[in-house]
Design a protein around this ligand. Structure first.
Ligand SMILES: [Mn+2]
Length: 390
């Protein structure tokens, strides 16, 4: 006997863009995934978090996901997931994922029935389905929520053919810059670590005899993903009594894209604009990212970005982004950031912008309080302290 499952994540249904067409593209990717699951008769789907883009989705998005999950249910294809960082409102314990769980349209692996606290430790159980043991931990909205991995014991069903651990964190094996979990903090004893949260895709990160797999988001969710990620897709995994027998990365359709790099060096705004516009071609709804680098003659504020965007739209581009973060003029420098972790980047950026040490401390407190939804009293005290002492 052999079985087959899909591993996907970061589908971000909702208003990721201020653009209906792009938000419809994101839905199209989701329904294409469901089509594949049904046509290829997969046995179940593992989704590693961020089904939705927002913890309070609009009714039309809720209905869309309901309809898609019903299509799976009719074919008896189960959908296992954990709430991702976007599925939960700030400071909320329950999420929209729990509503779908209670309605029987998916299984929330992080629901309270799988969690048992015993003194300091947290015992996590899971589901054994078609000889696969599946357990998972949800993503987080604040720094403090990492703590669960330090006290976690998973009651693994050793009789299962394969063991799958679902989580929504960026592990340190992907690099120190944006990590929010040390790889070593992951529980041991699993064959397949179904990871989400990081939107690029990365296969086969070895861990404790198993592999960590990031399928990436199912559609490009911002300009950075359009520029730096070549394609979108999900994994299809076959397994039998001997364990995992094959894994393939199945591509999803995305819109065609043009990425245009232009150097501003030695050009005034008129020459620069002419050169940029000369690179656009008539098309049928492509994505376009224009990256302008170097030093413009005159002021960078004279370059009419809105006009560049509307000229591109007139040629048919459905989405246009103009990146000027590496464009400078004779009056402005570019802030160079050397640091490698997020709080150092915050420090370096804010001190480059001329903020005092105390103001930077306050900024950190505000950022933390937004993440944690608390400590407002301390933020107030610090603010009063700063303004009383200037
Ligand atoms: Mn995400």
């Amino acid at each position: 006997m052999a079985y087959k499952f899909i591993h996907t994540g970061d589908t971000h249904i909702g208003n990721a863009y201020k653009d209906k067409q792009r938000n419809d593209d994101i839905k199209r990717a989701f329904s294409e995934l469901i089509d594949y699951a049904i046509d290829s008769k997969v046995d179940f789907i593992v989704h590693s978090g961020d089904v939705f883009d927002n913890g309070s989705p609009e009714i039309s998005d809720l209905l869309f996901v309901t309809d898609q999950l019903h299509r799976l249910k009719e074919k008896n294809i189960k959908f296992f997931t954990v709430p991702g960082s976007h599925d939960v409102g700030i400071g909320e314990e329950l999420s929209i994922i729990d509503l779908f769980d209670r309605n029987g349209l998916l299984i929330n692996l992080n629901s309270s029935k799988y969690i048992r606290k015993e003194g300091e430790r947290v015992h996590l159980s899971g589901v054994t389905y078609l000889n696969a043991f599946i357990a998972g931990v949800r993503g987080k909205r604040s720094r403090a929520e990492d703590e669960i991995f330090k006290v976690l014991d998973v009651d693994i069903d050793k009789s299962a053919w394969i063991k799958i651990f679902v989580f929504h964190h960026t592990v340190s094996a992907l690099g120190e810059t944006f990590k929010d979990l040390d790889t070593e903090s992951l529980p041991k004893g699993f064959d397949y670590y179904a990871a989400g949260h990081w939107h690029g895709h990365k296969d086969n990160i070895p861990y404790d005899g198993g592999i960590i797999q990031y399928p990436g988001s199912t559609e490009y969710l911002d300009e950075k993903e359009i520029v730096s990620n070549p394609n979108r897709g999900f994994y299809v995994v076959d397994y039998s009594e001997g364990g995992i027998s094959s894994i393939k990365y199945q591509l999803l359709k995305t819109r065609d894209k043009d990425i245009v790099y232009v150097s501003a060096d030695g050009k005034d705004q008129k020459q620069l604009k002419t050169e940029i516009l000369s690179k656009f071609k008539p098309n049928d709804g492509k994505l376009l990212v224009v990256v302008i680098e170097g030093k413009i003659k005159g002021k960078r504020s004279e370059l009419d970005i809105q006009d560049i965007k509307s000229s591109a739209k007139a040629l048919g581009y459905s989405y246009v982004s103009v990146n000027t973060s590496r464009l400078s003029d004779s009056e402005s420098g570019i802030t160079q950031i050397e640091s490698e972790n997020i709080s150092d980047i915050e420090n370096e950026f804010l001190s480059a912008k001329g903020y005092s040490k105390k103001e930077i401390e306050l900024a950190h407190l505000i950022i933390d309080s937004v993440e944690n939804g608390k400590d407002l009293a301390e933020v107030k005290r610090k603010a009063v302290d700063i303004y009383d002492n200037q």
